[in-house]
Design a protein around this ligand. Structure first.
Ligand code: PMP
Length: 354
């Protein structure tokens, strides 16, 4: 740290993204990206938009917002597009948390939540997940705090039902409840329709996973007009041109190619179930994921050993060296071919056990 670094950030520990190594070609099952390329329509529209890069991007994302609102059956004023859903989450911490609205979220969840809380000097409380890694509804009733829940949760892949989310919304009427649906398209149930019923609900989604656009950085927040107006105040106070023109155009192409989106989500879900069964046959315990990753542990090999040995064999998965998580690995569900190689390497590792 330089001697000029603001004391405001003395204790800030930044988020550690999954590794993106350049030393060799890995089968990359560590950052929950899609194994499929973006829709050809998205690529075509992005290339067209590149010709106008001398102009600033549209700070209102007018056309993308119109297309998305129509598809999602919401009003354009109920959506705000952001630079990845990480930005929407950061905006929510900035807009809806303070000393009298501290943040609460599970102790095991997306690792960026505590970082955003620290960055914005928001007091926060982490609520332990149950023994079986589920979120206990009772823990979130009348908490008098801004609630952040990833649904499905990461790295577990487990989801809460909409009935539970409604109870949380009803019992916290004076606080915003943020439902982070980064992985909802792989079998979860979206809370989006509930934004018309609850003015304290903010739903956040991303184009990074199910729409194969992680590198383009596109996400959005949806909620009642007042909440979205608050987020826009933050947007215009930080970076009005937060979504670049190529990404905006690609986003429209991705939304218009609904068949491609559905086909890819289905393929990931099929590969997930196939991989889950194969892992269980190899004596793995696998959580009941409804996302594009599996969280699994083996009876005889530790999570750390599995991670290291798989990496040596050219397959990257994610390991969290933390209490309760260190026995597990998180495996992004890739193409069938990638999952076949992954399982082949797992079998080799198991055969090497003395
Ligand atoms: N929420 C969750 C639960 C995530 O796992 C991620 C991706 N790591 C994000 C949000 C952010 O995704 P992005 O910024 O790419 O939209």
């Amino acid at each position: 740290m330089s001697r000029y670094f603001s004391v405001k950030y003395n204790s800030l520990t930044p988020y550690v993204p999954g590794e993106q190594p350049k030393d060799m070609r890995y089968i990359k099952l560590n950052t929950n990206e899609s194994p499929f390329p973006p829709s050809p329509k998205a690529l075509e529209k992005a290339a067209e938009a590149a010709k106008r890069l001398m102009l600033y991007s549209d700070p209102e994302c007018t056309e993308l917002t119109r297309v998305a609102a129509q598809q999602l059956d919401v009003d354009p004023e109920e959506i705000l597009f952001t630079n990845g859903s990480d930005e929407a989450l950061n905006f929510a911490f900035m807009a809806f948390c303070d000393a009298s609205h501290p943040a609460v979220f599970p102790d095991i969840t997306y690792g960026f939540y505590p970082v955003f809380a620290e960055l914005n000097h928001v007091p926060y409380r982490q609520i332990p997940l149950s023994e079986d890694f589920t979120i206990s509804l009772e823990d979130y009733l009348a908490v008098n705090s801004t609630v952040f829940i990833a649904n499905p949760n990461a790295p577990t892949g487990l989801a809460l039902g909409l009935d539970a989310i409604e109870r949380i919304l009803q019992s916290n009427p004076d606080n915003v409840v943020v439902i982070d649906e980064a992985y909802v398209d792989f079998g979860g149930e979206s809370a989006l329709p509930l934004i018309h019923k609850y003015d304290n609900l903010l739903v956040i989604q991303t184009f990074s996973k199910s729409r194969s656009m992680a590198g383009a950085r596109l996400g959005f927040a949806a909620g009642c007009k007042e909440l979205i107006r608050d987020l826009k105040t933050i947007q215009y106070a930080t970076n009005p041109y937060n979504v670049n023109s190529m990404t905006m155009a690609a986003g429209i192409g991705a939304l218009e190619d609904d068949a491609y989106f559905r086909k890819n989500c289905l393929a990931v879900m099929e590969n997930r179930e196939w991989t889950r069964t194969a892992l269980q046959e190899l004596d793995f315990t696998v959580l009941d994921s409804v996302s594009n990753f599996l969280f699994a542990k083996h009876s005889q090999v530790s999570g750390g050993d599995l991670y290291r040995k798989l990496k040596e064999k050219g397959v990257l998965v994610r390991h969290f060296a933390k209490p309760r998580l260190s026995d597990y690995i998180r495996i992004t569900v890739g193409s069938k071919e990638q999952m076949e190689v992954f399982l082949e390497k797992v079998k080799e590792i198991l055969e090497e056990i003395p």
